[in-house]
Design a protein around this ligand. Sequence first.
Ligand code: HEC
Length: 151
Amino acid sequence: MRSAALCAGLGLFGIAAVARAADDPPPLAPADVKAGRTVYRHACASCHGARGEGASNWERPDAQGEMPAPSHDKRGHTWKHSDAMLYRIIQTGWRDEFNKTERLTMPAFAGQLSPKQTVAVITYLKTLWRSDQRRFQWEESRREPFPPEAR
Ligand code: HEC
């Protein structure tokens, strides 16, 4: 009896595991989330906000004609970028092509954040998204994953 119940239990677990693999992104590694939160607090929060809420009025250019630091949470657009793209933005910096100035408004972190720390901070950002946003970003990242040095 007991072994039959155990088998049935394992069978159900098997189906659940297969269903998850087909539809849902894999769970985020807790160690990466924790390390990434620490990186975020030290390196990103001053511009992007303590909880990733973004600078005030981040959806509009500021007085210099530059886009302010956007929200990273579900109201922002960070989730629309693949892992490869997010990695590149953080390592090499970024500026909106329509900014009136030429400077990199999003500073480059190459040399300051290791590949592992960069992956960790991106992993932390993933905790700020809705599940449909996270699924979209996961699918994008299957086509454009982290670069080899970060894997
Ligand atoms: C000095 C302020 C500043 C710091 C510090 C900073 N950012 Fe940014 N970041 C910006 C600005 C400003 C933009 C918008 C650039 C633009 O669109 O012109 C931006 C844009 C981005 C983008 C692309 C926009 C998007 O779709 O979300 C990502 C991703 C990002 N930052 C991640 C980070 C991470 C992760 C850190 C910490 C490692 C960080 N930033 C630290 C100012 C900053």
